[in-house]
Design a protein around this ligand. Structure first.
Ligand SMILES: [Zn+2]
Length: 839
């Protein structure tokens, strides 16, 4: 190692920062010192670890915009830098670097959190040229700051891998020159442990890197490295490949023995052992090596089918199971192949095919497992026809982000259409009249990430160039998951995702089949060489389409949403095609990870159907998030009405509202006085009082009145009497009206004949407030009518309104309502014995 430059050790210091306790740091520091490397101050680097309490603390939107802008500029400078010749790095440097990286990944004491920063949404290289059309190149023929188009690098790993955000492979080429390669978005390896990394890339793994890009490490680092953004650019070479067998290595690897095996049975045994350890993808590769050495080894595809099922690669599993079915000899193997094929068809949603297959084979052999699968297919086909049991789905999830066993459903009353009002873009429109509460779509995710799946020892922030703001680990993990699924799909099926909107830099697609069924005769995949993936496009698709889920839970549970970074994130195919409106005519909820979209207004034929992408009290607030989706400001009625006021006025409303809702610590009577005064100030920001009565929803006022109601509630019991209850009811009416409910019957008495007539219009429900909260407001009105005002008929009517609104939002009728409300509340209320109907 020659002359030292301070930034040369940045990377080493980065690795040493947050290193796990118990590492022999002193020994490492001593070695670094012997090599002439500056040694980092261990104390200073350890203090950079974040507290878990700060985990959700992203900077303000304005700060994020600035930081992302700076990162974007640095990225551009690096992409446009002039090439400089390759410079060798001593193997020993990589050994130490790898040791430091590995030490950091060893599980440390709780509270020791590693922080990572990464970038997503930028233009990224990916090769679409097949290996056979590329020419070889070696490291010393390459240049830094250059992408080597038309070339591929043959190399092999000489150290076990480690990772930061990317997986880091330490590779040597045939000349023995060494290089560090950061590979992003490798399937199955997001936040992977050392043993998992090693099972995927054991020492001696021979690779071809297509059209490699050499740059310098980190931002402003001086070590050269290869950066591979698309994992499809890395091809694992089987020992039988001619490139691999022709390679003349100038070094000898002590640990490479097992990888040079030319014995099919030995590879088969390696695969079996890896499968037992649940290293499914490495097992698939080992079996593939065996199969290529011994093309009559029909058990290889049979075994691979099972591993693919474990990986969730149903299409690849089906292809291999069908191949095995045609080739395996024994009845036992045939049965396995049938079962695997049927399981894969079920996972793909090919229920009719699965059912037929089970019947065909089940009749012959009377297999219980197949009979069970066939009966599940009957349930799924019923659901695909629109008969969906929301109660069963709720009971299977209970507020948790679990994947549910349910068929996807698309209403026959909607279609995809080109929208002239959307600049030629696509949207969903009604082909038949839609009634408020109609189920429009129910869909399982293409990919989903739950916060609990992510490491609590790592904190990852990504600069998202597609949305210009920062984002958290779940989104980065979701990109990896999407890619992990895409690589294993036939092209036709992958289009379900790649044809979604990816942002203005990618061509938009016009055709899309809402009711697409996967390819029934799938093409086998090559587990050594992925299908090409444009990672920049996938980043854009994730950024513009992913949903933050808040799975349906108990009505009595927490009414505050978790911070956005603590919510599960998921990507859906058809549900992504709805456009946004701040005042939508449909809303989405989730049961487990399944998304459910229902109409919240009556919708005419040909009318566009929209859902809200964001919530927010004013156009000013909503635009902060919406600019991640659209370059233009939102043109909905609510935003247009809001924008008649200046940004300054909108911001003032936000500030007043925040002061109001965050106020605490006062005595109840003082609190009431304060929020009433605050409400007056907010109302005075609306110059034209008529706009408050014209029926346009006002989320600011929904929240303002809610906070007045809450404060009054605390004093009402003391004040006693009917006046208090009447005031609560009047405040509740305001909350509902500004949330978007229409035709509210504000009378305080009702004739018995009106028992079954709802006290509000059935044309729409309010959506400008937490839906469960709005249902609670109706229950609250009913309770006040019943218990204080002794107006039983009014109470009944408002209980029915709560039922009706709940059913519009969530479906599931009386049973789901009762389940979510909880037995105790249900038992104590009049509702239990009421007839579940309304006129
Ligand atoms: Zn809007």
């Amino acid at each position: 190692m020659s002359a030292q430059h301070p930034s040369e050790y940045m990377e080493m210091m980065r690795r040493l920062g947050g290193m796990a306790a118990g590492t022999d740091m002193q020994a490492l520091l001593a070695q670094m010192s012997q090599m002439g490397l500056n040694t980092p101050n261990a104390q200073a680097s350890a203090s950079s670890a974040l507290n878990s309490e700060n985990e959700s603390a992203l900077p303000t939107i304005e700060q994020q915009l600035e930081q992302v802008k700076q990162a974007e500029e640095r990225w551009k400078i690096e992409r446009n830098a002039s090439p400089v010749p390759f410079q060798r790095t001593d193997r020993r440097y990589w050994e130490l670097s790898r040791a430091a990286g590995a030490a950091k990944l060893k599980p440390g004491p709780a509270g020791n959190i590693m922080t990572f920063t990464t970038m997503i949404g930028q233009d990224k290289y990916h090769s679409s040229c097949p290996l056979s059309k590329l020419k070889p190149i070696t490291l010393r023929q390459m240049s830094c700051y250059k992408r080597h188009e038309g070339r591929y690098l043959v190399c092999r790993t000489f150290l076990p891998p480690v990772r930061l955000v990317a997986v880091e492979l330490f590779v040597e080429d045939t000349n023995g020159d060494t290089m560090y390669t950061a590979v992003y978005n490798l399937p199955e390896l997001f936040q992977a442990s050392l043993p998992v990394l090693e099972s995927h890339y054991p020492v001696g793994t021979v690779l071809a890197i297509r059209e490699p890009w050499m740059k310098k490490s980190g931002m402003g680092g001086t070590n050269m490295m290869l950066r591979v953004d698309s994992s499809s650019d890395i091809i694992i070479l089987s020992p039988t490949s001619s490139i691999s067998s022709d390679a003349q290595w100038s070094t000898t690897l002590p640990a490479a023995v097992s990888l040079s095996l030319r014995d099919a049975d030995a590879w088969k045994a390696v695969g079996n052992s890896l499968f037992k350890q649940k290293h499914y993808l490495p097992a698939v590769r080992a079996w593939t090596f065996a199969y290529r050495m011994e093309p009559t080894m029909y058990t290889a595809p049979l075994n691979r089918a099972q591993a693919y099922l474990k990986l969730g690669w149903a299409s690849a599993a089906l292809a291999d199971a069908l191949l095995a079915l045609r080739t395996v000899a024994s009845n036992e193997q045939k049965y396995k192949a049938v079962h695997r094929a049927a399981t894969a068809e079920y996972a793909l949603g090919l229920y009719a095919e699965c059912s037929r297959r089970c019947e065909e084979y089940g009749l012959l052999h009377g297999a219980d497992e197949l009979a069970h699968l066939k009966s599940a297919c009957t349930d799924r086909l019923r659901e695909a026809g629109g008969r969906i049991d929301m109660v069963k789905l709720y009971e299977a999830s209970l507020g948790k982000a679990v994947d549910l066993d349910v068929a996807d459903y698309v209403s026959p009353s909607i279609c995809l259409a080109s929208m002239s009002s959307r600049g030629g873009g696509r949207g969903i429109r009604a082909t038949h009249p839609v009634i408020v509460g109609d189920l429009l779509m129910l869909h399982k995710p293409f990919a989903a990430v739950r916060p609990e799946d992510l490491s609590s020892q790592e904190y990852l922030v990504a600069m998202n160039f597609a949305t210009k703001v920062m984002t958290v680990a779940s989104n980065v993990a979701l990109i990896g998951q999407i890619i992990g699924k895409l690589v294993a799909l036939p092209v036709e099926d992958a289009r379900r995702v790649t044809d979604l909107y990816a942002g203005p830099s990618f061509p938009s697609k016009s055709s899309y089949d809402l009711l697409h069924l996967p390819t029934a005769e799938p093409v086998p995949i090559d587990p050594l060489s992925w299908r090409d993936v444009d990672v920049g496009m996938v980043d854009g698709i994730m950024s513009k389409n992913a949903f933050s889920l808040h799975p349906l839970s108990s009505l009595g549970g927490s009414k505050t949403r978790p911070a956005k970074e603590a919510m599960p994130r998921a990507l859906y195919t058809a549900p992504s095609l709805f456009n946004h409106s701040c005042d939508p005519n449909a809303v989405w909820t989730s049961v487990g990870t399944t998304i459910v979209i229902r109409a919240v207004k009556n919708i005419r034929v040909d009318e566009e159907i929209t859902i809200p992408y964001v919530s927010g009290t004013t156009a000013f607030e909503r635009s902060k998030t919406l600019r991640g989706f659209f370059p233009q400001p939102c043109g909905c009625d609510m935003c247009v009405a809001d924008r008649q006021a200046s940004d300054a006025v909108l911001e003032k409303r936000e500030v007043l509202l925040n002061e109001m809702t965050n106020a605490s610590g006062r005595r109840p009577d003082e609190q009431e006085k304060f929020v009433r005064a605050q409400l007056k100030k907010i109302l005075s920001t609306y110059p034209n009082k008529d706009t408050l009565a014209d029926g346009t929803p006002h989320p600011v006022l929904t929240i303002a009145y809610a906070s007045v109601m809450k404060a009054v509630q605390k004093n009402v019991v003391q004040r006693g009497g009917k006046a208090g209850a009447e005031e609560i009811i009047r405040l509740a009416f305001k909350i509902l009206a500004y949330a978007g409910f229409k035709g509210i019957d504000t009378s305080m008495t009702s004739a018995p004949g009106r028992r079954f007539s709802l006290p509000l219009s059935k044309r729409c429900v309010g959506v400008h407030g937490e839906q469960s909260y709005l249902v609670h407001v109706m229950l609250h009105i009913a309770e006040n009518f019943l218990e204080v005002l002794a107006q039983g008929i009014c109470a009944e009517r408002w209980y029915r309104a709560a039922w009706w609104a709940h059913n519009v939002y969530y479906g599931g009728g009386k049973e789901l309502f009762a389940l979510r409300l909880g037995q105790q509340l249900w038992d104590s209320s009049l509702m239990r014995d009421m007839e579940y109907r309304w006129d």
